[in-house]
Design a protein around this ligand. Structure first.
Ligand code: GLN
Length: 537
């Protein structure tokens, strides 16, 4: 372990969904701007080994890292704010902790001993936290999922207590995110729930060093003083976090209260650089003052929970800001397209995005949207399942295979234009067995995609089991839906684009995972440009 690494633990109190991920990301950004090498980790107290097997309605989008980990969507925020990749080690669940401990027990690593939560589970939690310190990080921020007081959080809080003690003064700290509810009848912000949650932490032997307080109103001086006194922290360490118009403003609001300095002081760190948030500010300025506006239909089946498509929405924000264009998303439930006239539902949209997904619900609606975009020359971007949909639509309506389908939805179709990947044929377990993570893709030198990326070979992240069936490749080429991106080793088709259409592109990979504030994704930028050009036509 790197001896100089400092550890910051972020816990949450009072309620869930206060935005620990955004607070951690914002702090990470501020510390990075101070010249530190920072990474952020999330510990999730549920029993699933990873969120890959969760329905997006449970937990929002499943985010995929370069090294192919299926992770919590907060890792997406970490990458988007820090502009640095995360990895398998950045997200650990209780399920994974127990799995490791139980495997060790079976191997005989604890021979003769009773295996218990303390010390075996807590040791494994601590090992997972310290594992990141083998890399060159100055600071590791560990976000503890859940709310203090939850039964399942207890081993994590105990691990934090032990680590704080082991690491010694100034080497670690606890930031507690809490809520100050507002009672409109008396016009007051109430501090009691926060006092109780800080006390609950103390019952586990952990003293919070900083309080970050979510509230809908400004925290006046006397409330701040009261919180500081009853929670045992210096007044400067009470940081207000009011509801912001965008998550991207949060780091600036926290900085105004010297959040980064409070943290550096607690950890006895000297800044390595003058703070410079010019790029961040200029992004925010462009995002908030767009010169143009377009509307894109996002056609998917999980649209009633928009977190299911978190990275796509954020990628539109990054690309839109870069082009000074507001990208309004029209949420379209694909099942609705099966019941109602497509030109009513998609009326007036300037572009269509067909979303990733699994299972057959809403598939026919997506096929309808793909056809509509193709025939009306509306810019379309199909991501993962979206690429598979444009493949199916083209087979049915242009190549003449009426029953064409993906084997995911019709295993016995006579035109399986999307088929199960060879390597998937013997896979029976569902968890962590898809084609995952970053793979190289060679682009056809004459393709639109090559021009968009400005490179012959790209690397993008994947999460799928099915693929374009290359037996049909020539037929597609003859009719103008061109395979233009290939895995250099297996020749697997990774991207398609339609000839004689301004922008009709499907990609088997997920470009949205790689878009960050500092580096908006070229494919999203190109799509927004095409959508803008189409507007009003
Ligand atoms: N269900 C499809 C597959 O497994 C697409 C997956 C996705 O969109 N991420 O291939």
């Amino acid at each position: 372990m790197n001896k100089n690494t400092k550890f910051i633990f972020v816990t949450g109190g009072v309620t869930s969904s206060l935005g620990k991920g955004i607070i951690s990301s914002s702090l990470g950004l501020l510390l990075k701007s101070r010249g530190f090498n920072v990474t952020i980790q999330k510990l999730d107290p549920y029993i699933n080994i990873d969120p890959g097997t969760l329905n997006p309605y449970e937990h929002g989008e499943c985010y995929v890292t370069e090294d192919g980990a299926e992770t919590d969507l907060d890792l997406g925020h970490y990458e988007r704010f820090l502009d640095a990749p995360t990895s398998q080690n950045n997200n650990v669940t209780t399920g994974r902790i127990y799995q490791t401990v139980i495997e060790k027990e079976r191997k005989g690593d604890f021979l003769g001993k009773t295996v218990q939560v303390i010390p075996h589970i807590t040791n494994e939690i601590k090992r997972r936290i310290k594992l990141l310190a083998q890399k060159d990080y100055d600071i590791i921020i560990t976000e503890i999922g859940g709310t203090v007081g939850d039964i399942e959080s207890l081993p994590y809080i105990e691990s934090v207590r032990q680590l704080k003690w082991e690491l010694g003064e100034h080497n670690s700290m606890v930031i507690h995110l809490t809520l100050l509810p507002y009672l409109s009848a008396s016009g007051e912000l109430k501090t009691k729930p926060s006092q109780h949650s800080v006390r609950q932490l103390m019952e586990s032997g952990v003293q919070a060093d900083v309080l970050v307080c979510r509230s809908e109103h400004k925290i006046l001086k006397d409330v701040r003083a009261k919180l500081a006194q009853f929670c045992n922290v210096p007044t400067d360490n009470v940081i207000e976090c009011m509801d912001a118009d965008t998550i991207y403003r949060v780091p600036l609001e926290l900085q105004k209260q010297h959040f980064d300095e409070v943290v550096m002081k607690t950890l006895d760190l000297k800044p390595k650089k003058e703070l410079n948030l010019d790029n961040w500010n200029s992004f925010l300025k462009k995002y908030k003052n767009p010169k143009k506006k377009v509307e894109v239909a996002l056609v998917g089946k999980y649209v009633s929970l928009q977190d299911s498509y978190k990275s796509i929405v954020e990628a539109f924000i990054h690309a839109g800001a870069d082009l000074e264009t507001e990208v309004k998303v029209r949420w379209v439930y694909s099942g609705d397209l099966e019941q109602n006239p497509v030109d009513e539902i998609l009326k007036g949209v300037d572009g269509i995005l067909i979303a990733p997904g699994f299972g057959d619900r809403g598939i026919e609606g997506k096929v309808i949207a793909a056809r509509y975009a193709r025939e009306h020359k509306i810019p379309l971007l199909g991501i993962c399942l979206g690429m598979q949909i444009i493949t199916i639509e083209f087979a049915r309506n242009v190549l003449g295979y009426e029953k064409a389908n993906s084997m995911e939805f019709d295993a016995t179709t006579d035109a399986p234009v999307i088929s199960l990947m060879e390597e998937q044929k013997n896979v029976s377990e569902k968890g962590g067995t898809m084609r995952l993570g970053a793979w190289k893709c060679s682009l056809d030198p004459k393709s639109q995609l090559k021009e968009i990326y400005g490179q012959d070979t790209i690397s993008e992240r994947h999460r799928h089991r099915y693929e374009f069936n290359s037996d049909y490749r020539e037929e597609y080429e003859n009719k103008g839906l061109m395979p233009v991106g290939f895995n250099p080793e297996t020749n697997l088709v990774e991207a398609l684009e339609l000839k004689d259409h301004p922008f009709y592109i499907g990609v088997q990979y997920h470009p949205e995972y790689k878009s960050t504030v500092a580096t908006p994704h070229p494919l999203f930028k190109a799509f927004v440009k095409a959508v803008t050009a189409h507007k009003g036509k």
